[in-house]
Ligand binder design. Structure first.
Ligand SMILES: *[C@@H]1O[C@H](CO)[C@@H](O)[C@H](O)[C@H]1NC(C)=O
Ligand SMILES: *[C@@H]1O[C@H](CO)[C@@H](O)[C@H](O)[C@H]1NC(C)=O
Ligand SMILES: *[C@@H]1O[C@H](CO)[C@@H](O)[C@H](O)[C@H]1NC(C)=O
Ligand SMILES: CC(=O)N[C@H]1CO[C@H](CO)[C@@H](O)[C@@H]1O
Ligand SMILES: CC(=O)N[C@H]1CO[C@H](CO)[C@@H](O)[C@@H]1O
Length: 467
């Protein structure tokens, strides 16, 4: 290897670790000082240090081989009208509550095609038994996993790590045990079930998988994200608890991660960054989305407080400050830092510069919490209609599917043929806690929509629609 090609090698790896640069320069120095330029020993040192550096860099990669989002059967479709019809006939709500929910659903940004579990659409409604809840979750997660296995041609024996997340529903044995039993996974599989961690838990599961893949050599990790509706429904009349009733819809996603180097060829993405923020130490944030009994002390539900939007704003601000350090170009970071200093020491009224994240990402997949959240996000981040479209259309078509929503949004980008090799994707999820979690992925290849099983495939030409 000549000197110039070696220099080129280092220049081509701008993010190389400090340590390896130092070793390399030490090597270069020895190289020059040495009288025996062609000493085999020195050559060996050089090659060894370059290859360890190269291997180290490679081994940090976590690949997303593929993912699948469940599309429920047409019999689970619940139009807005049917939803109201169901509310009226269920006999549990007062007129005032029905009118309130009608208002919420009218302003939700939903289409008439979102999904609810079939059992909860029956009149009279079926009492929420554990059986009904299990049936619902099983139908969603098994369908998503089946599709993923089909897409990736994986054998179940190859799965080494299994992580499930579901906020409200936590049966015993757990969801991960249900999957192990259904698919007869191997005995050594490492299982984790995350419960109660809200809508942003899908990315927490990815983060956990990433850490586990760093420890467990050459493994496959299966992540399953879903939410249960039967157990989340609120059957009382407190307005702050009725909102989630209206917006919450059926859905689930299964994701296969790997750190096996041969998977770099077939994988779709690799994970570039993961940032998790938790503002739960502040009472207002902690209480902004909380499961509890209402004032009658009998009926359980999820209450949203008026602090919800400000908590989301706070968590987002903290998180993107951290993320910005990794992804923003230097010029943007300087602009941000200087405006921050000016505000702090010279002009208190000045607004801190909001960095332009459109320079760092081609695609944005934002949690479909509700229309208000998305409008706010579009404003804060200055996104164009094209950029916010995947999230808006996901909300329109599938509703708030909790932790799996960011995967439906990514599936939308794929179905539209938007994903090109090298594109960067930002997944951004909010949830109770209050948490804001983000993942940044980089596309390893073009995604050709015709070759794919995708929940949007057969109808993507109808989108975007005006909401
Ligand atoms: C509804 O629930 C919220 C949150 O639990 C509570 O603050 C509020 O007082 C309740 N509303 C009524 C009418 O009791
Ligand atoms: C979306 O659904 C989740 C279900 O867990 C709920 O916690 C969250 O509050 C919902 N978002 C809105 C704005 O209703
Ligand atoms: C997977 O992770 C292990 C442990 O960090 C590492 O030894 C192995 O080389 C990794 N494989 C790849 C190609 O990422
Ligand atoms: C961490 C976590 O969510 N653990 C749950 C796993 O599942 C069992 C049984 O369903 C729950 O009791 C745990 O809380
Ligand atoms: C895990 C993580 O990186 N969270 C960060 C989110 O942003 C705040 C503020 O910059 C940091 O303090 C957290 O560490």
């Amino acid at each position: 290897m000549s000197m110039s090609s070696m220099l080129f090698f280092f220049l081509a790896q701008p993010k190389s670790s400090f340590l390896s640069i130092v070793t390399a320069f030490l090597n270069i120095e020895i190289f020059f000082k040495s009288n025996h330029i062609f000493s085999p020993f020195l050559w060996c040192c050089l090659i060894a240090s370059i290859s360890t550096f190269y291997l180290k860099k490679r081994s940090k990669k976590v690949y997303l081989v593929d993912f699948a989002c469940h599309k429920p059967l047409p019999s689970s479709i619940c139009s807005k009208e049917l939803f109201i019809h169901y509310l009226i006939n269920s006999g549990v709500f007062k007129d005032e509550s029905i009118n309130f929910q009608r208002k919420i659903i009218d302003r939700s940004g939903f289409s008439d095609k979102t999904y609810l579990p079939e059992d909860s659409l029956k009149i009279p409604p079926i009492i929420c038994t554990l059986n009904a809840e299990k049936k619902e979750t099983e139908s969603v997660i098994y369908a998503a996993i089946d599709e993923l296995l089909l897409k990736t041609k994986m054998k179940v024996e190859d799965i080494d790590i299994l992580i499930t997340n579901c906020c409200i529903f936590s049966p015993s044995p757990s969801l991960s045990a249900m999957i192990v039993n259904h698919y007869k996974l191997k005995d050594q599989v490492l299982c984790y079930n995350l419960s109660g961690m809200g809508c942003s838990a899908g990315l927490i599961a990815i983060d956990l998988a990433k850490h586990l893949l760093e420890v467990h050599q050459n493994s496959y990790a299966l992540v399953v994200s879903t939410e249960n509706l039967n157990s989340g429904g609120y059957k009382g009349n407190n307005k702050s608890m009725l909102i989630t009733n209206c917006l919450f819809r059926l859905g689930g996603a299964a994701i296969l991660l790997s750190n096996i180097s041969s998977d770099s060829r077939r994988s779709k993405y690799h994970l570039k960054h993961m940032v998790r923020t938790h503002t739960g130490s502040q009472d207002s944030c902690y209480n902004s989305v909380i499961q509890k009994e209402d004032e009658t002390n009998k009926i359980r539900g999820i209450a949203l407080s008026k602090d919800l939007m400000s908590s989301a704003g706070l968590a987002l601000k903290e998180n993107i400050t951290t993320l910005g350090k990794y992804v923003l170009p230097l010029s943007q970071q300087l602009k941000f830092a200087s405006s921050f200093v000016v505000k702090k020491y010279f002009n208190k009224n000045m607004k801190v510069y909001t960095p332009d994240f459109k320079l760092c990402f081609e695609h944005f997949c934002i949690h479909t919490g509700g229309k208000a959240v998305q409008d706010e996000m579009q404003k804060v981040l200055g996104l164009s209609d094209w950029q916010i479209e995947p999230s808006r259309m996901t909300l329109y078509r599938f509703g708030n599917t909790s932790s799996s929503s960011v995967w439906y949004a990514l599936a939308y980008c794929e179905a539209k043929g938007r994903i090109r090799k090298g594109d960067r994707i930002w997944q951004l999820a909010f949830g109770s806690g209050f948490k804001c979690n983000t993942a940044v992925w980089c596309a390893l290849r073009n995604v050709v929509p015709i070759e794919e099983i995708n929940p949007w495939s057969d109808e993507v030409h109808e989108f975007p629609v005006d909401v």
